[in-house]
Design a protein around this ligand. Structure first.
Ligand code: ATP
Length: 431
């Protein structure tokens, strides 16, 4: 098996319509991407499985959808206005900009080879905008750099309207924006991305237990969606690495071709956020304990992962190049629950299209994600489906007219078997 590289993944995504550079016809927008039909399906599956997983715990986990625009006060209270910046440095010779913490400043510019740096400055990562038409009356607002804060500021709303009790979680999937100094590695570091975040509220004394429970639960999720376990590891943050809000943090790391990197962050945020928002808004966000008859501030365990970063991880993890009788076949070995297309229906000859089409239409009606492809040699059509990770192809041939069977061809084993057309639905459900 040949090594997977970032270049191969980028090329495949473009070739097959998973991901396009945003505004490509105008030479692109750096760090921003659009998702094509297959990419959109893959993302949909990622979100669905994540929701199923986080809401499957014995404790209640509720979904919300917060706004993307956030007021100045929210980001002041959260600490982002003060702390959410990266150190930036420019090369005075070639004008390239870098993150100062990713360079050895004693050395020359990696781009032009000259050593002529500006001073290091702090660069605010939040995108700022103005609400309202008149500039003098406009209110400053920010595009959220994480989805978590809308959960904290809605904590009391959810608690009082849904009549839920601590411990419980609030989960959210949505866009986040960061003006990254150097967006890079394709979907790994983008300026507009999507996060799946869970904030789990519990009593202070049980927070360490829940921190461990959630780490375990999240690792089970990655096992379930089929990530190669030898490429996953947990890394506990050292005390001096911890973000301003966190008491403990453990990253789920994946071994990308460019090294072990964070896929997800799991943090013990203590009562930092609720305390901050209580203090800044003047609204008491503590809860009353019926047993002890005392109020307390809940503690929070957070799990945060990027949809796009997991998307990229799944591509790297499932990418294989097989050698079949001297020919190379590229295949994405997606777990069937993740694969954008579950099955392809392929009439062997165009003359059979009309007979094969009802199979496609019927499976589509049953909500299966299926494709109908009638053009090109059957070998080429199989390769195409392998490359987009379709677990099974059903080929309709001249015998099918007589025996009402199709040939099911397995993506991974390449085994072929005859299956009755009446049983295709069951066959796919078993996958
Ligand atoms: P990094 O150290 O990689 O910048 P971070 O620690 O700032 O990440 P968090 O704030 O913990 O990231 O964000 C939680 C998750 O959101 C990350 O684990 C990652 O999956 C995703 N994420 C963060 N920033 C980006 C980005 N610029 N592009 C894509 N995904 C991102």
């Amino acid at each position: 098996m040949a090594n997977v590289t970032l270049e191969k993944i980028v090329a495949l995504c473009k070739r097959r319509g998973f991901v396009y550079q945003s505004a490509e016809i105008y030479s692109g927008l750096n760090g921003v991407y659009d998702f094509g039909p297959l990419g959109a399906e893959l993302k949909r599956n990622i979100r669905k499985l994540w929701i199923e997983s986080v809401t499957s715990t014995p404790e209640e986990v509720l979904l919300i959808e917060g706004s993307i625009l956030g007021s100045h006060q929210v980001w002041e209270a959260s600490g982002h206005l003060k702390n959410f910046s990266d150190p930036m440095i420019d090369c005075l010779n070639c004008k390239k900009r870098f993150r100062a913490d990713e360079l050895n400043l004693e050395k020359a510019c990696p781009s032009c080879g000259v050593k002529n740096w500006t001073d290091v400055r702090q660069f605010q990562l939040m995108f700022e905008t103005n609400l309202g038409a008149l500039s003098d009356q406009a209110t400053k607002a920010y595009l959220r750099p994480e989805t978590a804060q809308s959960i904290f500021i809605n904590f009391k709303n959810v608690l009082s309207t849904y009549r839920v009790k601590i411990p419980f979680g609030i989960a959210q999937i949505g866009k986040a924006f960061r003006n990254e100094i150097t967006p890079k590695q394709f979907l790994f570091r983008m300026r507009e991305f999507e996060q799946m975040e869970l904030e789990f509220f519990c009593k202070p004394e049980s927070s360490d237990k829940y921190f461990d429970t959630w780490i375990e639960h999240r690792m089970k999720f990655y096992e379930k969606i089929g990530l190669n376990q030898s490429k996953l590891r947990l890394r506990k943050h050292e005390q001096d690495e911890l973000a301003h809000y966190s008491k403990q943090c453990t990253d789920v790391e994946y071994e990308f071709p460019f090294g072990w990197k964070e896929l997800e962050g799991i943090a013990h945020r203590s009562d930092y956020d609720l305390r901050q928002h209580s203090a800044h808004s003047g609204k008491d966000l503590s809860v009353f304990d019926e047993q002890t008859k005392e109020s307390y501030m809940p503690h929070v365990v957070e799990s945060s992962v990027g949809v796009d970063r997991l998307f990229l991880t799944l591509l790297f993890d499932s990418y294989h190049e097989d050698n079949i009788e001297g020919d190379t076949r590229t295949v994405l070995r997606f777990n069937p629950a993740i694969a954008p297309i579950t099955a392809a229906i392929l009439p062997l000859s165009k003359k059979l299209s009309e007979n094969a089409k009802p199979i496609y239409e019927n499976l589509k009606k049953q909500s299966f994600r299926v494709q109908f492809d009638e053009s090109g040699s059957i070998g080429k059509r199989y390769r195409r489906q392998d490359e987009i990770g379709t677990p099974v192809c059903f080929t309709f041939d001249f015998d099918s007219l007589e025996d009402n069977n199709v040939t099911a061809r397995n993506r991974d084993t390449l085994k072929q078997e005859r299956v009755s057309i009446d049983r295709l639905e069951m066959y796919l459900r078993k996958l």
